[in-house]
Design a protein. Structure first.
Lengths: 336, 222
């Protein structure tokens, strides 16, 4: 609060004080008080007004600064009213009470919402685990079928699984720390698992997958890394051109290891490249092809951020897309 | 015959699993009463146990510890819980492997085989295949016939072994591709054709041209 703000806020009262002083002076002058005494009286009166107002100004400013500091230091800002010292005046105390009551109602609403969200997440997770049993049974039953119907059913089941996985990871991405487990993992194992998870889609799309030099060791959560890589493989298979090839290879970058997923698909237009991670963004490719959810890369980015995993996409329209995953060096992980 | 004990509460899954294991040449025991499983294990004396975690009554983790006390059979956890922490817990409790549902059947069978081999209760796996006058050494990657030998690449080896295992039957191109993907050779239809041509060339070099017949619209046959 600046002095000017204070003065303009107080302008009414200050004007009133000046008018009262002026009227008193006129009255005293009319009733025959000597001008000398009058001037001394006026100066004393104005001095008192000035001191009172200045004191008010400093008191208010200190109080505001104190509240400001408390708010800044608060992790959950909505608990503000619970954390400040109560004011002195009756009127302000009443205001403070009202604020505190409103704050408590809000705290209740927030914790209710959090509980509901947690319950929902738990339900989604339980549901995902339950739905996996019939899918497993369906897969086993599929083995009894021959040839084409089996392959088609397997592909449909794989599609269902891929969607369920996305749901599960969407729920998990809200509180990633609950499920994340960093371990030393073989890069080749991550790649093989991701390819296996999406083999139906890849085979059906006629994709050739080349893996080169995938023998690095990385420190990450295997399941999440497999999920992220799986999203990239699905994208590469979906947005393919003729004779699709996906090449997976690793590079070392100092102490870090990079996993590169390169395809020769339709690519992403340059002006859309910055938006591919946006939630629900499907882009022109997604609109033309249909069936895009705009969730894959959004989730990848969210999970990758938590794994401290670098995610970088370069693409040339009509030529293909290159996605580079940079795994963190072991030393950096202790900071997490 | 090796005996595998299936501890799983989903009726469809355990029945199908038993059938698949039977086709693979294992004997299987299905647990239907979940009350005194360790005692049943002692009685049946299985070579391997497939254990679900979410069971009625007692959960798989505590059951695993009890089973390990009762019998020496290796335990593979098969579960739909896929959080990393569950896996660590399962393996630290003495489980030999951990597979999440829904699994693919070839993967499950491969893991079972690997665990049995590791724990030493598996007979030596076959190294040499023979069919139609061909002799294929899987470890050396060599095929021989009429006293002549040819060296095969990894892809060709897998294609030929698949055809030899199913000698006389028609193997579709899609089945061949499936088998190759099982062995982490991720090829497409065109690459299969190229590999097939090369394989035929090598076979005719050792004096067996036209051993692999093309059956129109159906596949290949040895």
């Amino acid at each position: 609060m600046t002095l000017w703000e204070f003065l303009s806020d107080r302008s009414g009262r200050i004007a009133l004080q000046l008018i009262v002083a002026g009227l008193t002076a006129l009255f005293l002058l009319a009733t025959g008080t000597q001008p000398g005494i009058l001037i001394i009286l006026l100066i004393a009166l104005l001095l008192v007004f000035l001191i009172v107002n200045m004191l008010d100004f400093f008191r208010q400013r200190t109080r505001l600064l104190e509240l400001e500091t408390i708010l800044k230091g608060l992790d959950r800002k909505y608990l503000f009213a619970e954390c400040i010292p109560p004011p002195k005046g009756l009127y302000e105390q009443r205001l403070f009470d009202l604020t505190r009551r409103a704050g408590r109602a809000m705290t209740g609403a927030v914790s209710d919402a959090q509980a509901r969200q947690r319950e929902y997440r738990e339900y989604v997770e339980r549901w995902v685990h339950e739905i996996k049993a019939p899918i497993t049974a369906a897969r086993l039953i599929c083995r009894e079928l021959d040839g084409d119907p089996r392959r088609k059913l397997m592909a449909e089941l794989a599609q269902i699984e891929a969607n369920i996985e996305r749901t599960l990871f969407y729920a998990r991405a809200e509180n990633p720390e609950q499920d994340c487990l960093f371990r030393q993992t073989d890069l080749g194992k991550i790649a093989a698992q991701a390819i296996e998870n999406h083999r139906s889609l890849l085979i059906q799309s006629g994709v050739r997958v080349k893996t080169e030099n995938l023998n690095g060791v990385v420190y990450t959560d295997e399941k999440w890394a497999v999920f992220i890589l799986g999203q990239l493989l699905q994208n590469a298979a979906r947005y393919r051109r003729t004779e699709p090839i996906i090449i997976l290879f690793s590079k070392s970058l100092g102490k870090q290891i990079q996993l590169v997923v390169q395809d020769n698909g339709i690519g992403i237009p340059a002006h859309e490249l910055s938006r591919v991670y946006d939630r629900g963004f499907t882009g022109s490719n997604g609109r033309i092809r249909g069936g895009s959810t705009g969730m894959g890369l959004y989730l990848c980015r969210k999970l990758a951020a938590f794994l401290d995993l670098g995610l970088q996409i370069t693409s040339e329209e009509g030529k293909g897309t290159v996605v580079t995953l940079t795994f963190p060096a072991k030393e950096n992980l202790t900071k997490l | 015959m090796q005996k595998i004990m299936i501890i799983e509460d989903d009726l469809d899954i355990r029945e199908e699993l038993a059938l698949i294991l039977k086709n693979e040449g294992y004997a299987s025991v299905i647990v239907t009463n979940f009350d005194c499983i360790p005692e049943q294990a002692v009685q049946e004396h299985p070579d391997l146990i497939l254990l679900d975690i979410g069971l009625p009554g007692r959960d798989g983790f505590s059951l695993c510890a009890a089973l390990q006390k009762a019998v020496s059979a290796p335990v593979i956890f098969v579960t739909s819980r896929d959080a990393g922490i569950d896996e660590v817990r399962a393996l630290s409790l003495g489980g030999d492997d951990y597979i999440t549902k829904p699994y693919s059947v070839p993967v499950l069978l491969a893991r079972i085989k690997a665990v049995l081999r590791r724990t030493g209760s598996s007979p030596e796996s076959v190294d040499v295949l023979e069919a139609r006058g061909l002799r294929l050494s899987l470890t050396k990657g060599m095929v021989s016939a009429n006293g002549k030998t040819a060296e095969l690449t990894r892809n060709e080896l897998q294609i030929l072994s698949c055809l030899m295992v199913h000698a006389g039957q028609i193997v579709s191109r899609a089945d061949l591709i499936d088998t190759l993907w099982d062995n982490q050779i991720y090829i497409d239809d065109n690459t299969l054709s190229v590999n097939m041509t090369r394989l035929r060339g090598k076979l005719s070099d050792i004096g067996l041209p036209d051993t692999i017949k093309t059956r129109r619209k159906m596949g290949y046959q040895l």
